[in-house]
Design a protein around this ligand. Structure first.
Ligand code: TYD
Ligand code: ZN
Length: 415
């Protein structure tokens, strides 16, 4: 694939049924493509249009930029920047050790999209044989520097075979916020089947369609998130590859996620939670394309309200600063038409983003001190998925009269 290729479909990536976009988020840049002013002229855009497959219930974007444009040697996303996420993965790893891995002799653990080792570090510490698969070499380097075994390649059935040849089959596999990135999900599922032991377990978590529809958190949709999963769609994908959805567990991370547990069919008992979740999803219409029309209307209302609010504050001469240069915020700024005229800069703790411009909207990204040393009137909470952690940390901002602008689940001002 060349860098210019769009992964563009007219048929469902899972089941091949014809699909059509039900709305457009307009021209969008690479969500993590923070850039210098010299790079603005060559910035890449594509039209972001979501679709829903009526046959297998998979929510997906029609066109996805080539993987090489998104995940490369300068990938700007480092998992370990959030304290809460570190605690989340420590707990996830502990649960796997106490359930799936308990009593197994010399188990082998594989993580897909292991990033800077935030999850695998927990296994490494306890002496587990482990391997991380992380295509973005700069983040994998960070993991390697911590002694976490990592290879910088895209996961595929062929790679699964090579891993088996070198290390044997996996007892436990995990993936967090990565399965929804991979357009060839059938290839991944086939690779998981190849790599797992007959009684192996694969657990993965990703932003949850049920939460996105409920909260109108349309910013979960961006180039990297080619899919937004539900239990219905996940069950359908893995069933095609001799694998079974045996458990589901809602997570508060990333603004509402779901953890799916997958095993070779018949290998493990299926939890009652699966049937309950599937019934809840049918009740919410997550098996029904009409739900997308409702979602679209909610997105449009949210966009109009947020832009109206920011325009009003601009006319009043208020200072508004963005908090957290998230990937999600790229969808929001570009869909709503938010630019430096509304948001003076975005404060972010990730060094690689600082001094750059936000993708598409070209709002300057500055270190945290720029916010903390000169509080604005309003902080636009782009990192809303970390609201609890941030609100706790920023009590002096609100004590000084600063207010938060939020847009999930509703547009509003909070003090
Ligand atoms: P993240 O939650 O991973 O969202 P996305 O997947 O949409 O990119 O990113 C959070 C971003 O916010 C990251 O760039 C770090 C930044 N951040 C801060 O600047 N301060 C904070 O207190 C927190 C929690 C995050
Ligand atoms: Zn389908």
């Amino acid at each position: 694939m060349t860098k210019n290729d769009l992964n563009s479909v007219r048929n469902c990536r899972v089941c091949d049924a014809p699909i059509e976009a039900f709305m457009s988020f307009g021209q969008q840049p690479i969500a993590n493509g923070f850039l210098t002013s010299a790079q603005v002229a060559d910035e890449y855009f594509y039209e972001m249009k979501p679709a829903f497959c009526a046959r297998c219930c998979m929510f997906q974007i029609m066109d996805q930029p080539a993987a090489e444009r998104m995940f490369h040697g300068e990938y700007a996303f480092f998992s370990s920047t959030s304290r809460y996420m570190q605690a989340h993965f420590a707990k996830f790893a502990k649960e796997a050790m106490e359930t799936v891995l308990a009593g197994r002799a010399d188990p082998f653990v594989v993580e897909l999209g292991s990033n800077d080792g935030i999850m695998l570090g927990n296994f490494k510490e306890k002496g587990f044989r482990h391997l991380g698969v992380e295509p973005s070499s700069n983040v994998a380097d960070v993991a390697r520097a911590k002694g976490i075994n990592s290879i910088s390649e895209f996961f595929s059935p062929a790679l699964a075979e090579r891993i088996v040849a070198q290390h044997g089959h996996a007892d436990f596999m995990s993936a967090a916020n990565v399965m929804c990135h991979i357009p060839d999900i059938n290839g991944i599922a086939a690779g998981v089947k190849t790599l797992l032991k007959p009684d192996g377990v694969f657990m993965f978590e990703d932003p949850y369609l049920g939460a996105m529809v409920e909260k109108t958190s349309y910013d979960q949709i961006y180039d990297e998130h080619v899919f937004i999963f539900s239990a219905l769609s996940v069950q359908n994908v893995f069933a095609r590859h001799g694998l079974e959805l045996v458990d589901v567990a809602p997570q508060i991370t990333h603004g509402g996620s779901m953890r799916y547990t997958i095993s070779p069919k018949g290998a493990r008992p299926v939890s009652d939670c699966v049937a309950k979740q599937l019934a809840w999803e049918r009740g919410q219409g997550l098996d029904n394309p009409a739900t997308c029309d409702r979602f679209r209307a909610n997105c449009e209302a949210s966009r109009d309200q947020l832009l109206t609010l920011l325009e009003k504050l601009r006319q009043e001469g208020k200072r508004v600063v963005g908090y957290g240069a998230t990937s999600k915020s790229t969808t929001v700024t570009n869909y709503c038409g938010i630019g430096p005229q509304h948001v003076e800069f975005i404060s972010d703790t990730t060094p690689i983003k600082q001094g750059k411009l936000s993708p598409g909207a070209h709002i300057p990204v500055k270190p945290y001190a720029a916010f903390a040393d000169n509080y604005p009137d309003y902080a636009l909470l782009f990192a809303w998925n970390h609201a609890a952690e941030i609100r706790e940390k920023e009590t002096s901002f609100t004590a000084a009269g600063g207010k938060w602008i939020v847009y999930v689940p509703k547009v509003g001002i909070e003090s």
